[in-house]
Structure formats: C-alpha cells, structure tokens
Design a protein around this ligand. Structure first.
Ligand code: FNR
Length: 390
C-alpha cells in the first residue's frame, strides 16, 4: 500500500483503520447533504439496518491447526482474474462525493486488481473513464431507459470504450424514497438554494470544481435542480420485463449480470433467462423498504440456482470478515458501495486505496484465523448458524 501523501488527507487516512473510521472522516469532510446521499437509505432505513445486522449477527465456527502460511484471495469473475473477491459497485454522481469521482475510484480498483462498475447515472462518461483509467477492468451498469434507442446507444458506447460486462440493475422500476435526500433538498446536480448554499458554504473549492466541469455522463440529460425521484420517473422504464433480457442479448454479446435480485423466486426467474451472473442486492437499502437482508438470502438463492451460476451479493459489506462470511454463505464475490464511497469522500483516490487495503488485509487475516487459506475453503461449515436458516 502506497502511503497517501501529506496534504491529501494522508495522515488522517493512515489513521483510519476501518471503514467506520473512513465514514467518520467522510462525515467531517463533505457537506451534510452529500454525506447523507451516500450514507442514507429508503424510508426509515430498516432494510439498510437489516443488511448491517445480518453481518453483525454472523458467528464463525473456525478451524484450527491448518496451514495458513499462504492465503489466496484471487477469484475469477466473468473471465477476469481478480486479486480480491469483490468489485466496486456502481454509484451515481460520484463526482459529487469528491472531485476525483469515478476516475479516482476506477484507478484505485485497477491498483487493487478488482473490477469497477460504472453507473449509467455516473458523472463521468464511459469514454472519459476508459481514457483516464485504462488499466481498470471496467463493467458497465445499465438502467433500461424509456428511450430504448438511448439504452442501445449507451450499451454500444460502453462496448466501444472497452467495458467487458454489462450489469443490468432491476430494482429501480421507480425511485425509492430516501427521506434524508428529500429533507436535505438533494437534487442532481444540487440546486443552489439558500439551504443548500448554507450546507456547502464551507466547501467552495469542491463545489466550484463540481459545477464548473462539463457534465460528461448521463448528467448530459439532467435538468438542473431536478430531484432524483423526478429524474428517475422521467427517464427509467417502468414497463421493463424479463423479456427485455432477450432484447439486451441482441444488443450486447458479452456477459450480462442482473443486479437487484431480492428473493429466491426472483433469482430463479432471472436465472432461467440464461444470464451470466446474479447480484443479490437491495440497492444498499435504498429502494424497497422491508426488503430482506441480502446476506440472509444468499444460501437459499445459491441452493435454488445451483453451483454453476455466479452469485454475487452486495449490501452492508464493511470489512474483510463480512466478505469471508458472504462467500462462506455461498456467494462467489461481493460488491462494495459505501465502503469505497466513504474512502473517496474521506480522501479522494487515496481514500479508495485505503478502503480496499482495509478490506483486503481484513479478508486475508480473517481467512487465516478461520483456518481457510483459499476462498474455496470458505463454506457453510464455518458459519454457525448459516444466515437465513433456522
Ligand atoms: C448506489 N447504488 C447504485 N446502484 C446502481 O445499480 N446504480 C447506481 O447508479 C447506484 N447509485 C448509488 C449511489 C450511492 C451513493 C450508493 C450508496 C449506492 C447501489 C450500489 O450499487 C450497491 O448496490 C450498494 O451500494 C451496496 O450496498 P453498500 O455496500 O453501500 O452497503
């Protein structure tokens, strides 16, 4: 791990030893409405807390007297030999979090040897990301737009820019109600009202930077001051069905991952459609309230779809222990959202490096302590009880 330089929040980053430390630092550094945009969830944040609680409730059943002198964390993900079993989950408007934005996150992902997923709602276009983070293994996240011509166009742009997999997010037929954003008057890009001006008054350079850069990604279709929920309603296609997966197959020849599976029945329906991987996800508790904790769904989803289909999970992953638990429960790999966004908010690109370093070293340590030196050694016998099972 390259030590962050002084003046870039370096010392504070080195003093951050957990994702919770980075979250504290993020909270102190970015405007409240930006912190809440990252940190918050839908409704009363019940599902957000459930995701966290499911991981907190994990009890390991470790093995002892195993040779753990060499711990291997490499995992093949859709044809890419990743160094850790994780990918950086898609996040909209990442430049609102830090000026380094999507490019900083993707560069950090490349250094750590893990895929980076660019959101359709990103504040950086596929072409610009590819030019500035050429070494990153790039996957593109798609929402189906009312305008199928635009969906097709953006998929083709992603293909031409060297994105190797398509992640179709299916849990946003309409926008979830994120009450913190509503209360903070959070719009994309943030509108300059008295309230938001007070909110960002301490961060003029950051603000100036974000507003004066040309919007490159889907921000090109944004309307200044439009609330997220309104934008989603205007652009996203609520008529999308399973049949659209067949349409997607015609416009994209590479791997297709469906993200946002929230039940066993839903997983089976999608798997039967012949996709390349599933992501058990509730959008980090940002969409449907009262959705189940994702970790608890993993064993049943794995049992229902069989061993052959890659199953990923995201939602609440904040440590190496969590990654080990998710894999032991039956996932092939995890997605991380806030865990890297806190790092980005705390210290830009170096902050994401720090997040990934914390997660990677935590996973290696946990595997050694569990007596499970290879990812394939992580199985349900190391969990007591298995999440979601009686
Ligand atoms: C998201 N997420 C998301 N997902 C997606 O498919 N497209 C998107 O544009 C976004 N945008 C987004 C913004 C922010 C600020 C967050 C926190 C999340 C969901 C994301 O990909 C992932 O599913 C969750 O973040 C996983 O939960 P954790 O790791 O954040 O707990």
């Amino acid at each position: 791990f390259e030590r962050p330089k002084r003046g870039q929040g370096g010392r504070a980053l080195c003093r951050s030893h957990s994702i919770a430390d980075l979250r504290d630092r993020a909270r102190a550094r970015v405007p409240r409405m930006v912190f809440d945009f990252i940190d918050g969830g839908a409704g009363e944040e019940l599902t957000l807390r459930r995701n966290a609680r499911a991981f907190a409730d994990v009890t390991f059943a470790p093995r002892v007297l195993r040779d753990v002198s060499v711990v291997e964390t490499g995992r093949d993900m859709l044809g890419f030999a990743a160094e850790l079993p994780l990918w950086l989950a898609p996040a909209g408007m990442t430049r609102a979090v830090h000026a380094h934005g999507e490019i900083g996150a993707a560069r950090a992902a490349a250094r750590a040897g893990v895929p980076y997923v660019l959101s359709t709602m990103a504040s950086t276009s596929p072409e610009v990301l590819a030019a500035h983070a050429p070494d990153a293994r790039r996957w593109f996240q798609l929402y189906l737009w009312r305008d199928r011509g635009f969906s097709r166009e953006i998929v083709e742009r992603a293909r031409d820019a060297g994105f190797s997999a398509l992640v179709l997010t299916v849990d946003v037929p309409v926008a979830g109600e994120r009450l913190r954003d509503v209360r903070n008057g959070m719009t994309l890009p943030p509108a300059l009202t008295r309230r938001t001006a007070l909110n960002i008054a301490r961060y003029p350079r950051w603000w100036f930077d974000m507003l004066t850069r040309e919007p490159l990604g889907s921000a090109a279709v944004s309307r200044p001051g439009e609330a997220l929920v309104d934008r989603v309603g205007r652009i996203f296609d609520p008529t999308a069905t399973l049949r659209d997966l067949d349409w997607l197959r015609e416009v994209w020849s590479g791997p297709i991952v469906v993200k946002g599976v929230g039940s066993v029945a839903g997983a089976v329906e999608v798997a039967e459609r012949g996709v390349d991987a599933l992501v058990v996800s509730n959008h980090g508790g940002r969409q449907l309230e009262h959705a189940p904790a994702t970790l608890e769904l993993v064993p049943a989803v794995r049992a229902a779809v069989g061993a052959g289909l890659p199953v990923f999970v995201d939602g609440g992953v904040r440590s190496g222990e969590h990654i080990a638990a998710a894999i032991a429960a039956g996932a092939d790999a995890v997605g991380i959202g806030r865990a890297y966004l806190y790092g980005l908010a705390a210290g830009g690109e170096r902050g994401v490096d720090r997040s990934l370093e914390i997660l990677g070293s935590g996973l290696r340590r946990t595997m050694a302590l569990l007596g499970a030196p290879r990812l394939d050694d992580l199985d349900a016998t190391l969990l007591d009880p298995v999440p979601g099972c009686e």
